[in-house]
Design a protein around this ligand. Structure first.
Ligand SMILES: Nc1ncnc2c1ncn2[C@@H]1O[C@H](COP(=O)(O)OP(=O)(O)OP(=O)(O)O)[C@@H](O)[C@H]1O
Ligand SMILES: [Mg+2]
Length: 257
């Protein structure tokens, strides 16, 4: 008991801690839900997209994904933080395109462009039959999509879930990549067990904003990298594959339907 203040005001430090925690929370809330974001959420509610945000499924540096609910059931709502540098890890080609789309380097406008892009890609994937959340709408930095989960609980990422039947997963992932490349004519560019959810025993592709069309100069390199991530992951599960073999299976001409 060396500090007399602590003896006289035993709860003072605690209260200070509480206040710090509150402050942190407020800071988080401010970063996420700045005025513009709140207005956009309110507009989406008015549109009837959902009635309330229930809780965060995950929050990170670049944004957060929330479960929302409404008359139509659950929705997943992805909020990109405006006040953050989501573009730090972005490959140069994507940044360049985004600047062009946003006609300038205005940060907020670039984030809005990014959100719209994720919506557009999801539409294209869904139309091509690639398993992904169906997109329902977007406004500014907010994307509304199908909630992937069971009984209100979000599906886990492939990374976090034990796989009972790795061979079946191999076939599923191969089909997913083939649909992506041959039907949607896109390369994801950030494929990994972190960006795939495991729902009802099957993979569902998420986090698609950085995807590029197959004719893009960077596409082939990105595809090779994506495939390498999958092949390594499958090898760890005991599947007899390799980046080269997975690639060869993807490259085989799809059977005519
Ligand atoms: N449609 C959805 N339904 C259920 N959960 C989802 C959905 N979309 C995303 N999630 C959850 O939110 C997490 C983050 O989503 P996503 O990967 O799209 O965002 P991110 O900003 O790229 O995050 P990270 O940087 O962690 O990859 C996912 O790992 C998943 O747990
Ligand atoms: Mg992600």
């Amino acid at each position: 008991m060396s500090n007399p203040e602590e003896v006289m005001f035993p709860r003072r430090k605690e209260r200070f801690e509480d206040r710090r925690k509150e402050g942190d929370q407020r800071k988080l809330a401010d970063e996420f839900f700045d005025h513009r974001t709140l207005l956009a959420i309110s507009a989406l509610i008015t549109q009837g997209q959902f009635e309330a945000l229930d809780f965060p499924i995950m929050t990170g540096k670049e944004g957060g994904v929330f479960r929302a609910s409404g008359a139509g059931g659950y929705r997943a709502v992805k909020v990109y933080r405006i006040g953050n540098t989501i573009f730090r890890n972005l490959p140069a080609y994507a940044l360049e395109e985004l600047r062009r789309e946003a006609s300038g380097a205005n940060h907020a406008r670039m984030i809005y462009g990014w959100t719209r892009r994720e919506h557009t890609v999801l539409r294209r994937l869904a139309a091509a039959g690639v398993p992904c959340p169906e997109p329902y709408g977007y406004l500014r930095n907010i994307l509304v999509m199908q909630f992937v989960g069971t009984d209100g609980l979000a599906a886990p990422r492939l990374q976090d879930v034990p796989i009972d039947d790795p061979e079946r997963l191999y076939v599923d992932l191969l089909l997913l990549v083939r649909k992506l490349v041959y039907d949607a004519k896109l390369v994801h560019g950030d494929l990994s067990p972190y960006n795939i959810l495991f729902h009802d025993g099957h993979p569902v592709l998420i986090d698609v904003a950085q995807s590029v069309p197959v004719e893009h100069p960077a596409a082939r390199g990105l595809l090779v990298r994506d495939i390498t991530h999958f092949a390594r992951y499958l090898q760890k599960l005991g599947v007899d594959t390799s980046p080269e073999r997975f690639q060869a299976a993807v490259d085989e001409l799809p059977a005519a339907e």
